[in-house]
Ligand binder design. Structure first.
Ligand SMILES: [Fe+2]
Length: 243
């Protein structure tokens, strides 16, 4: 598996709080058969825009990659970001500083959980219009999506990709998120399944048992698509497959 959403970089957001934790997260992932992790620290432009944020993240990634190499763990760390989208998206796009995954056109985007569906749709369209391929993270956690799941069909039509969280299927984010994740998987709307891991305690990089049980429920072929094949296409900047 390649984990496409993970807060593994130490001390850059609410994820890993030390290099030791980051290395433990990497070891757990490798132990569960993960061969690549895209580090996706929160970038919160709307709340407290800080022009230093991206260079700080780049430095953290370089140093973490060095430690990973020294450790000999069979895992590659790629760099992306999880961008909180709202008011400032148009100016970010104008300035051409919207952070993407490595040198691809893909970008992970998130919204406040109570963001109106209409605003999410508009934002996705704006991002798409400049050639960025948005990946909406954990759609199952947004309140309006939980109320009206078919809104996700509209987003996919707009060219938005959906990434579901491993933990959502097991009730980690409540019953509504669980039901919504199940609906998404049943309807084959997700392009990616990722851990959104924040540490080595509760929201971890472990995937083996989740992949096993989700493969039984939704078919091994589909789970392979959203954990291996699509992440590989993403890193090659090719179109991912949905349905
Ligand atoms: Fe996240």
């Amino acid at each position: 598996m390649i984990d496409t959403h993970c807060h593994i970089l130490p001390n850059v957001d609410d994820g890993s709080d030390s290099l030791q934790t980051s290395m433990l997260m990497a070891a757990m992932a490798a132990d569960d058969g993960v061969t690549g992790i895209i580090a996706t620290p929160h970038v919160t432009w709307d709340r407290d825009y800080n022009p230093e944020q991206l260079s700080y993240i780049n430095k953290a990634a370089d140093s973490f990659r060095k430690s990973l190499k020294e450790s000999g763990l069979p895992i590659v760390c790629y760099l992306g970001a999880e961008v909180l989208c709202a008011e400032s998206v148009p100016s970010l796009l104008e300035e051409g500083i919207f952070p993407k995954i490595e040198d691809t056109d893909y970008a992970l985007v998130e919204f406040y959980f109570d963001e109106p569906a209409e605003k999410i749709g508009r934002c996705i369209e704006e991002i798409r219009s400049v050639g960025i391929k948005p990946i909406l993270v954990h759609p199952e956690r947004y309140y309006e999506v939980q109320k009206r799941k078919t809104f996700l069909n509209d987003l996919v039509e707009l060219g938005c990709y959906l990434q579901v969280n491993k933990g959502s299927f097991f009730g980690q984010f409540g019953k509504k998120a669980q039901k919504t994740a199940e609906w998404i998987a049943k309807n084959r709307l997700a392009a990616l399944l990722a851990t959104d891991a924040h540490g080595a305690g509760s929201r971890t990089t472990r995937v083996a048992s989740a992949i096993e049980s989700l493969s039984q429920k939704y078919g091994a072929e589909y789970i392979r698509l959203i954990t291996k094949e699509n992440p590989a296409l993403l890193l090659k900047n090719q179109d991912m497959h949905v349905r």
